[in-house]
Design a protein around this ligand. Structure first.
Ligand code: NAD
Length: 244
């Protein structure tokens, strides 16, 4: 039981992030959710986390903003009595398109949210972890970042960047007792993938286990890494075998 700890989860209001929030709440973590978008989804996730008898709060904050993330981490520190011991960088977006036609703004926004967003959050929480002499960071990458995916140059680059960020952070913060790992999901059923139909036999052929993943498959890997003191710099695929 992880009593007396706070976890920050970006994009924790829905999809994979919501499931991670619920799992951590069940383990006794207080939960600070950083998100943009639907307030009702965030309120429902907060309520469901609180049902575990822990404190939960949602914060509207664009992770791509250095200033907003700095302010939100400061606010979370004020609002939560228990120390921040875990950070899950899960916020992510897609703006798919063929590279020959990709808009500059689509490149910039995906890199800003997916990669700079994770940097911003690590940048502003690292001092807290160092002061507490420990901490756990899990970043959500993707198999698109490991293998590349046609039509996703921006997304693949951002998720490959997450792997480098994870390993550099792991090496740099290991002497302070802080671990940093990544989870690389494959095709997971969420709003992000609502346009992908599992009936497509072409998609299923690329997945050795023959099905899309569930948010619980990814959340289990995140919780495993958050509770593993001797694993750092690892990239754990949760992809039904796609990238083996
Ligand atoms: P989702 O679209 O359901 O949820 C995304 C979350 O990110 C939301 O809570 C949203 O509020 C938050 N978010 C988006 N932009 C933000 C911003 N600028 N600032 C703060 N929060 C922001 O997505 P999901 O499918 O649950 O994906 C979660 C993560 O997993 C993403 O990083 C995604 O790239 C990654 N991933 C998903 C899949 C998949 O198949 N669903 C596969 C591989 C990787």
């Amino acid at each position: 039981m992880a009593e007396g700890r706070t976890a920050i989860g970006t994009g924790g209001s829905r999809g994979i992030g919501r499931e991670v929030s619920l799992r951590l709440a069940a383990l006794g973590y207080d939960i600070a959710i950083v998100y943009v978008g639907d307030e009702n989804e965030a309120a429902e996730t907060v309520k469901d986390c609180e049902a575990n008898g822990i404190k939960a709060k949602a914060y509207v904050c664009d992770v791509s903003s250095f200033e907003e993330t700095k302010d939100v981490v400061a606010q979370i520190r004020k609002d939560f009595e228990n120390p921040v011991e875990a950070l899950v960088n899960n916020a992510g977006i897609t703006r798919d398109g063929l590279i020959a036609f990709m808009k500059e703004s689509d490149w910039d926004s995906v890199l800003s949210v997916n990669l700079k967003g994770a940097f911003n959050m690590i940048r502003h929480t690292a001092a807290l972890f160092i002061r507490n002499k420990g901490g756990r960071i899990v970043n959500i990458s993707s198999v698109s970042g490991l293998m590349g995916n046609a039509g996703q140059a921006n997304y693949s680059a951002s998720k490959a960047g997450i792997v480098g960020l994870t390993k550099a952070t792991a090496r740099e913060l290991a002497p302070k007792g802080i671990t940093c790992n990544a989870v690389a999901p494959g095709f997971i059923r969420t709003d992000m993938t609502k346009n992908i139909t599992e009936d497509s036999s072409e998609l299923l052929r690329t997945i050795p286990l023959g099905r899309m993943g569930d948010v619980s498959d990814v959340a289990s890997a995140v919780v495993f890494l958050l509770t593993s003191p001797y694993i750092t710099g690892e990239v754990l695929r949760v992809d039904g075998g796609i990238a083996m």
